[in-house]
Design a protein around this ligand. Structure first.
Ligand SMILES: CC(C)(COP(=O)(O)OP(=O)(O)OC[C@H]1O[C@@H](n2cnc3c(N)ncnc32)[C@H](O)[C@@H]1OP(=O)(O)O)[C@@H](O)C(=O)NCCC(=O)NCCS
Length: 151
């Protein structure tokens, strides 16, 4: 099948609406609201593949990069109707060739178990269990969070 798409790194309003539909279809992103996503898009790098024929968003990915030592990739999504056709490979190839990603010492991401084999195709490896990947989750009801939890 011929791939007939173009790449954009800045989303129009209608493309943001399209992205909201992609998020709505994913369990881990379905709670995201337009206001938050608009703000998010201002502060991260974006790559989207757009179908030249119908202007639908085929695939989306975003990243944070310091351009030399560290970059983190988030939200790699191929629209359901386009999965299994090679676009997941295309979006990762374009992302990893991007000038803000390609010569970085470490490009990192996290994913569900079912997608580990997908990312391994692009050179990602699971980091050892002793890497202590840590996370602090915002808890709006807390004024202060310390190692004991909410205060
Ligand atoms: C994961 C996802 C991006 C793959 O997109 P896709 O368009 O179906 O992938 P492609 O058809 O381009 O496949 C690319 C390669 O990865 C393989 N692949 C695709 N999904 C895979 C999976 N879940 N596990 C292992 N391999 C996978 C394909 O066999 C193909 O291999 P090949 O190029 O060597 O033949 C897509 O299924 C998706 O959007 N999933 C939901 C969102 C999601 O979970 N994203 C990850 C967030 S961390």
């Amino acid at each position: 099948m011929e791939m007939n798409y173009y790449i954009t790194e800045k989303l129009s309003d209608s493309q943001i609406a399209n992205l909201m539909k992609l998020y709505a279809a994913e369990e881990w992103a379905k709670e995201r609201k337009l206001e938050g996503v608009v703000k998010m898009l201002k502060f991260c790098g974006v790559i989207a593949l757009i179908d030249k024929n119908n202007h639908q968003m085929i695939a989306f990915a975003r990243y944070l990069s310091d351009t030399i030592y560290r970059a983190f990739v988030y939200d790699v999504i191929v629209a359901r109707d386009y999965r299994g056709l090679g676009y997941g490979r295309k979006i990762m190839e374009h992302l990893l060739e991007h000038e803000k990603i390609k010569n970085i010492e470490r490009v990192e991401l996290y994913c569900r178990d079912k997608n580990v084999a997908y990312y391994e195709k692009f050179g990602f490896v699971k980091v050892p269990d002793d890497s202590n990947f840590m996370r602090r989750t915002y808890q709006p009801e807390c004024k202060n969070i310390n190692s004991n939890g909410c205060q």
